[in-house]
Write a protein that binds this ligand. Structure first.
Ligand code: 13P
Ligand code: SF4
Length: 326
C-alpha cells in the first residue's frame, strides 16, 4: 500500500481530522481535510469534536488546542516559527515596562505568530491576538478606543497596517517612538524579509504590466510598491480573480508554487532565492505516517499540552479576536 493510502487509512480508522496550512509541502497539503490561512484554520479546528493532527508551526497547534481544549491535538513536528521565537517573554515584558514608564495608554495586540505564553501576557493586559487577515480590523478597533497599540512581534505587519489606516507607527527604541499611534516590537519574519524593493523594480522594468502581490509580513517599502497586499487566503482569492495576468508573488515558496501549478502558470516568485520557510517545511509525509503508526500502536507523541494558567489568559486574547472577526 502507498504511504498516502496508509495515511488515509489510519486517519479514517482513528477518526482523526488532518489540518494543513497553505505553506505546507504538497505531499501533506494535498491530502488534508482542512486547509487555510491562520485565521481560517483557527476557526475551522475550533468546532471539531474528534482528534486533530495539525501540520503547520507550533503556534498554530497551540492555538487550536487552546480554542478547543477537549480534543487531542497532535503535530507530526513541533516546528517553531522564527518570528514567534523572537518574542521572548523577558524582551516583551521589558518593552511593556518601557511603555508603562512613559505613561502610554495602550492595548497590546499580538500577531497569532507568537507563543501561548506571549498570548497570555497580552490577554491578561486586556489585549487581543490578530492574524494577517484581520490585523487591520483589530488595530482599528483598538485605536477607536482612543488608545495606542503595542503591536508584536512583527514590526512589518504593524507598520503596514498603520499605513493602511493612515496613522503613524514606530518601532520601540527608535527616535520619538513614544509619539506613534502603533508602536511595534522589533521582530520580523526571516522568510518575508527576503523580498526586496530591488526585486519589485526588476520585475516592473522587465514586465511593465506585471502584478506584484505580497504578504504583509514583507517590509513597508516592498508593500508600498505592490499592487496587492494580503494574507495567504486573500492572496489565493486575488490570484483566482486574476487568472490570466502575469504576477510576481512575495510569500512562501510551497504556496506560490502550488498556485502556479493549479491556477496560473504565469506566476513568478518575487525573489532571487527560494523563499522556503524552514519551520513549515520540517513536516513531511513520512513524519505524518510515523505519528499515525504511533497513535495506532498506542504510543502517541507530540500531543500539544498547554499550561492551565497560560491557557486561561491566552484564551482571553484568542476569544477577543474570534469575537472581533465574526
Ligand atoms: P497567514 O495568516 O496569512 O496564513 O500567514 C501565516 C504566516 O505564518 C505567514 O508567514
Ligand atoms: Fe513564521 Fe515566517 Fe515561517 Fe510564517 S513564513 S511561519 S512568519 S518563519
Amino acid at each position: 500500500m502507498s504511504k498516502v493510502n496508509k495515511v488515509k487509512e489510519l486517519l479514517e480508522k482513528h477518526n482523526i481530522t488532518l489540518a494543513a496550512h497553505y505553506y505546507q509541502k504538497d505531499e501533506i497539503f494535498d491530502i488534508a481535510d482542512l486547509t487555510g490561512d491562520s485565521l481560517e484554520l483557527a476557526k475551522k479546528t475550533s468546532t471539531l469534536k474528534n482528534p486533530l493532527i495539525f501540520c503547520g508551526v507550533s503556534f498554530m497547534g497551540e492555538s487550536a488546542k487552546i480554542l478547543n481544549p477537549d480534543i487531542p491535538v497532535y503535530m507530526p513536528r513541533l516546528a517553531s516559527c522564527s518570528m514567534a521565537r523572537m518574542a521572548k517573554r523577558e524582551k516583551v515584558e521589558k518593552n511593556i515596562k518601557e511603555l508603562q514608564k512613559n505613561n502610554i495608554d495602550f492595548i497590546p495586540i499580538t500577531y497569532i505568530n507568537s507563543s501561548a505564553e506571549i498570548k497570555a501576557i497580552v490577554g491578561e493586559l486586556g489585549g487581543v491576538t490578530c492574524t494577517s487577515s484581520n490585523a487591520r480590523k483589530i488595530v482599528s478597533w483598538a485605536l477607536n478606543q482612543g488608545k495606542k497599540v503595542f503591536f508584536l512581534p512583527d514590526k512589518n505587519l504593524g507598520q503596514n497596517v498603520a499605513k493602511m489606516l493612515n496613522v503613524t507607527s514606530s518601532v520601540i527604541g527608535e527616535n520619538n517612538w513614544q509619539e506613534a499611534d502603533v508602536i511595534c516590537f522589533d521582530g520580523h519574519c526571516s522568510v518575508h524579509q527576503l523580498f526586496m524593493p530591488e526585486h519589485v523594480e526588476f520585475f516592473k522594468e522587465r514586465y511593465p504590466d506585471i502584478k506584484i502581490v505580497v504578504h504583509p509580513e514583507c517590509s513597508p517599502e516592498v508593500c508600498e510598491m505592490a499592487d496587492f497586499v494580503g494574507s495567504t487566503s486573500q492572496i489565493l482569492k486575488y490570484v483566482k480573480e486574476h487568472k490570466n495576468e502575469l504576477m510576481a508573488i512575495g510569500t512562501e515558496f510551497n504556496f506560490v508554487n502550488r498556485m502556479k501549478r493549479d491556477i496560473n502558470p504565469n506566476i513568478y516568485i518575487l525573489s532571487s532565492t527560494k523563499p522556503e520557510c524552514p519551520s513549515m517545511n520540517e513536516t513531511t509525509l513520512d513524519d505524518l505516517l510515523k505519528l499515525l503508526i504511533a497513535i495506532d500502536e498506542n504510543r502517541a507523541y507530540n500531543e500539544i499540552k498547554v499550561d492551565k494558567e497560560i491557557e486561561k489568559n491566552a484564551l482571553l486574547a484568542l476569544n477577543r479576536m474570534m469575537e472581533l472577526s465574526k
